[in-house]
Design a protein around this ligand. Structure first.
Ligand SMILES: [Zn+2]
Length: 229
């Protein structure tokens, strides 16, 4: 009986332990965990997001990635992201996108229990939604939303077609962000802190045709949704 009780207690303890609650004590990485918390909570508070969302820095993997777990709404940001980010706005751009996923993780019936399935059915829809919502989150928190375009240029590779996979074609994604900023927050483009940035310049170079499409849409006052290449 005693053995069973000990086993049960161990099982319960294991079950309530947060999945990602391993933080590093290395000074530099500990400082980064702190920084990520500060950026994350700044975005949550300035957007009045009424949900508990936690942030963990994984310094064991240098993959250029971040993710949001639906089951406990925790966000993990991997060291690779930090290695390619050049300023705080760029780290914030990744966190704002993941926060949008975590907010989705709270919504719907049974406290968001079926969000995993919804994401499985139409993953691209939620990626576009997270990108645009990230723009709003960044602006409200005092960050520059063009940082999304800079980070995407550095980290998102370009597949041949949009048909496969869970994420939309990178060139299309980044243009949707650009169009959203153009329409909703044009001041950031008029007074562009990234105008001379190497990666922003590369975005301008690779998105020329797509931006012409957008210009045409604006000129003709068209309301139709553009399909970018
Ligand atoms: Zn995403």
């Amino acid at each position: 009986m005693k053995k069973i009780l000990i086993l049960l207690t161990a099982l319960i303890l294991f079950a309530v332990m947060p999945a990602n609650a391993i933080v590093t004590d290395d000074t530099q990485d500990g400082h980064m965990q702190n920084k990520i918390n500060q950026i994350g909570f700044r975005i949550l508070n300035s957007n009045r997001i009424p949900y508990r969302i936690t942030f963990f820095y994984n310094n064991n993997s240098k993959i250029v990635n971040a993710n949001s777990a639906f089951f406990d709404r925790s966000i993990t940001i991997y060291k690779g992201i930090i290695l390619i980010a050049d300023d705080e706005d760029e780290i914030a751009s990744v966190l704002a996108h993941e926060i949008s996923h975590s907010v989705d993780g709270y919504q719907g019936i049974l406290r968001g229990y079926f969000q995993d399935i919804k994401y499985l059915v139409s993953p691209k829809k939620y990626e576009y939604k997270a990108d645009k919502r990230a723009v709003d989150y960044l602006v409200n928190a005092g960050y520059n939303p063009l940082a999304i375009i800079v980070m995407d240029t550095k980290m998102m590779s370009q597949f041949r077609y949009d048909i496969f996979g869970t994420h939309p074609l990178s060139s299309r994604r980044v243009m949707e962000v650009y169009e959203y900023i153009y329409e909703k927050y044009p001041a950031f483009l008029a007074n562009n802190k990234y105008a001379d940035n190497l990666y922003y310049q590369n975005f301008l170079l690779t998105s020329e045709k797509n931006r012409q499409k957008l210009e045409e849409k604006i000129k003709t006052n068209s309301k139709k949704h553009l399909k970018y290449d």
